[in-house]
Design a protein around this ligand. Structure first.
Ligand SMILES: *Cc1c(COP(=O)(O)O)cnc(C)c1O
Length: 397
């Protein structure tokens, strides 16, 4: 095999390309009809009421902390085993990130550790929780909602890894990631390694109408063109002339917002990609099953993602003996496995806040062994077998 096999990659079809080209030839490159089309299709897919398309997943997180009024000193709990943006969004608003350790089997933020933190401080100390559907495995948000309500917290679900993933609730019903039934807000990313690719792109989903309206405004400079929200009167708006309506040019900037918009051609790509989302997940689950079967019982495997119901398989992770050796060997064979993640609390930026080795023992232990294997819908069976056989041959030498 001559070409490199990455851990994740996009799948672009002729239909996707046509959708983008048609939008490039249309009247709108941005702020046009493709945005709403994508938002509506995405909300339907996820099963939530409202969706707000934004420039990327990090912008989505930032808008969430803004909409929830995170301010200086607010304490927010998240997992160290995530992409830094899940924590950074709290810092953008001056809040304080408090990490809690993972569950060693699921790799997800352990609710027992979160509960212990909440119970060891006076009520009101913490403002929110950012659980992450890490690797595509859905967090049980029904349990998190109960805990959050007990302590008056909000929840931002970082569902970047899990569009189409679900957990089964206490009534036996499938609860899809980002459906807004439990979390206040959820966010997704459309970076090419994620399930749905827009180049760059993100989405916020919610069932809360007030938060939805706030997000729309924050996405575009804090500007509204909705007359019902105007605070200046018509005579001011017209330029000192009495009239019975606001002039068409009028708008108000009411709060400090940003330009975090998605373009129409990216949205067109997203909508086109979305039509294949279920197909993509089915293939991912199929790959996961093949990995699981191949690695079960192998002495060099200390843990693996496994075939879990509702898992969206953004990543397939194994915990392996001699991880560094395996990583280098795979790379030499053109298999670019990846490590997810370097524990966030030990990034130099977060060490400055006092976080140190030993603070999150399970996350740190996990980091020593984890490696994410190639996982994407266009990975062929031949490539998949090549990956499995190459891993096997490393440990046989
Ligand atoms: C990718 C990702 C983000 C950030 O998304 P971008 O679109 O790259 O800004 C945030 N959280 C998690 C868990 C991610 O995987």
């Amino acid at each position: 095999m001559s070409t490199v096999i990455p851990y994740g990659r996009q799948h672009i079809t002729e239909e996707d390309i046509t959708a983008v080209i048609e939008t490039l030839k249309s009247d709108y490159l941005t702020q046009g009809p493709k945005i709403v089309e994508f938002e509506e299709a995405f909300a339907k897919y996820i099963g939530c009421k409202y969706a707000v398309a934004v420039a990327n997943g990090t912008a989505a997180l930032h808008l969430c902390t803004l909409a929830l009024d995170v301010t200086e000193g607010d304490k927010v709990i998240t997992t160290p085993i995530t992409f830094a943006a899940s924590a950074n969004c709290v810092r953008y608003c001056g809040g304080e990130v408090v990490f809690a350790d993972i569950d060693a089997d699921t790799y997800l933020l352990d609710i027992n550790n979160v509960r212990a933190l909440l119970e060891s401080s006076p009520k009101g100390t913490y403002k929110g929780i950012v659980p992450v559907d890490f690797a595509g495995r859905a967090v049980n948000l029904e349990e998190y909602r109960k805990l959050a309500d007990e302590f008056g917290l909000w929840i931002i679900e970082d569902a970047c890894h899990a569009p189409g993933g679900y957990f089964v609730d206490s009534k036996g019903e499938q609860q899809f990631c980002g459906n807004g039934n439990f979390a206040d807000l959820a966010i997704f990313s459309f970076h090419p390694v994620k399930h749905i690719a827009c180049g760059e792109g993100g989405m916020i989903t919610t069932n809360d109408e007030d938060l939805y309206k706030k997000l729309l405004k924050l996405r575009t400079h804090g500007i509204t063109k909705n007359e019902d929200q105007y605070t200046n009167d018509i005579t001011f708006a017209t330029g000192g002339v009495q009239d019975d309506s606001y002039p068409a040019w009028y708008m108000e900037m009411q709060t400090l917002g940003y330009n975090y918009r998605l373009t129409d051609f990216q949205a067109a790509l997203g909508t086109s990609q979305l039509t294949r989302a279920n197909e993509g997940i089915a293939r991912r689950r199929n790959i996961a099953k093949t990995y699981e079967d191949a690695f079960t019982g192998k002495a060099y495997i200390e843990g693996q993602s496994g075939a879990i119901e509702g898992h969206a398989y953004h990543l397939y992770i194994i915990e392996a003996t001699d991880r560094l050796g395996l990583y280098k060997y795979l790379r030499k064979q053109g298999i670019y496995a990846q490590i997810h993640y370097i524990p966030c609390h030990l990034m130099p930026y977060y060490r400055e806040f006092g976080w140190k080795e030993g603070d999150m023992p399970l996350s740190e232990e996990y980091y020593k062994k984890c490696i994410s294997l190639p996982m994407y819908p266009t990975l062929t069976d031949d490539e998949l077998n090549f990956v499995i056989n190459t891993i096997d041959s490393y440990y046989k030498q």
